[in-house]
Design a protein around this ligand. Structure first.
Ligand code: SAH
Ligand code: AVI
Length: 335
């Protein structure tokens, strides 16, 4: 905290890391469970090492990947209204990444004169640290309390609120959880809110499967590289020796579940040893490893998910083509 002699414009940064906590599920545990299962799977949070974060940034610029542009357009149109509705003095962001679009909201809250603290929560340490450095320079006087952790486990470590709080979960990242985990994450997020607080949630909407599949299988192959990056993470962190080019990138819309599935399909039979785990993993030719789901929502699904977490809709905001939605919600008022 600034002392009495600290000039009022001096920024403060505090960063806490929870990744080494005993309850922090690690790549080793996820790989052991997911690569020995009958249908191989790894959670998408492991995409985001420095290279994965850079590839994701490139994805957001691709002509086929509309969600980032659509969400930014909604934010640009609605940021002032959101600042007025929330009067937030604190912005807590889950999966903050580079906080590129967040600046639109921070600008509006800063201009409104309410903003005091930004709390980025992300599993990627370098992103939390660089984002804290950048934002304290860009917004003089802003306090940044970064939390390096997994929002499936570490939301209890989000610091006590300093005033009306706006929790933001942008990009459609909530769609990267299966329904049961999604329900748990939304309930945990709701527990960060008090009656004056709000949640701003980004959800990608159901649309033509061809548009969806192109967004996850772009012509330049950037998403394919992002997908294969998880194999490079396994090689580096767990001592595997997989050739990423032995795996084909697959992105398919599953109409039953209304989600995109990204998979890596082995082009040939091979065996690899994860030396750090003493684990041998066999891939049959054509065998697939599921690396991500990305759920697409209907308005009814969003409302139902919010309601299940004890949240009620305050505003439904969408872009002119209704590609993406941002919902502002708050705790359901007691009857
Ligand atoms: N919010 C940004 C970034 C989205 S990319 C945007 O809208 O563009 C997803 C971000 O969530 C990455 O920065 C990744 O590191 C983070 N992330 C993914 N799974 C996570 C988890 N389980 N816990 C914490 N952060 C996670
Ligand atoms: C971060 N998340 C919401 C992205 C998505 O669209 O599901 C990750 C991504 N995967 C492939 N392209 C982008």
């Amino acid at each position: 905290m600034p002392s009495a002699s600290t000039p009022p414009t001096q920024a403060t940064i505090r960063i806490d890391s929870h990744l080494a906590d005993a309850d922090g599920r690690s790549l080793a545990q996820d790989a052991r469970a997911g690569l020995t299962a009958p249908f191989k799977e790894l959670p998408p949070k492991h995409f985001y090492d420095a290279r994965g974060a850079e590839l994701f940034d490139r994805i957001t610029e691709l002509p086929e990947y509309y969600p980032t542009r659509a969400e930014r357009a909604i934010l640009e149109r609605s940021a002032r209204e959101l600042a007025r509705l929330t009067s937030a003095s604190e912005l807590v962001e889950l999966g903050s990444g580079t906080a590129a679009k967040t600046r639109v909201l921070l600008d509006a809250l800063y201009e409104a004169g309410t903003l005091a603290r930004y709390v980025p929560v992300d599993v990627t340490e370098t992103m939390v640290r660089s984002c804290a450095e950048e934002l304290t320079e860009e917004y003089p006087g802003l306090e940044v309390h970064g939390v390096i952790g997994d929002f499936e486990r570490h939301l209890v470590h989000v610091p006590e609120a300093v005033g009306p709080r706006l929790v933001v979960f942008l990009g459609g990242t909530i769609g990267n959880f299966e329904p049961a985990s999604r329900e748990r994450v939304l309930a945990d997020i709701a527990s960060l809110l008090r009656p004056d607080d709000h949640l701003l949630l980004g959800t990608d909407l159901v649309k033509d499967p061809a548009v969806l599949e192109a967004a996850y299988d772009d012509a330049q192959g950037v998403t394919a590289e992002f997908n294969r990056n998880v194999l490079r993470v396994l090689n580096r962190e767990l001592g595997a020796a997989v050739d990423p080019d032995d795996f084909e990138h697959i992105a398919l819309f599953d109409p039953k579940h209304e989600w995109i599935e990204m998979r890596l399909r082995s082009r040939r039979e091979h065996t690899t040893i994860l030396h750090e785990l003493g684990l041998t993993v066999h891939f049959a030719a054509g065998e697939e490893l599921r690396t991500e789901i990305s759920a697409k929502f209907t308005p009814a699904r969003v409302r139902a998910d919010l309601a299940a977490a004890g949240l009620e809709l305050v505003r439904w905001l969408t872009d002119p083509d209704e590609l993406f939605a941002l919902t502002l919600s708050r705790l359901t008022a007691a009857p």
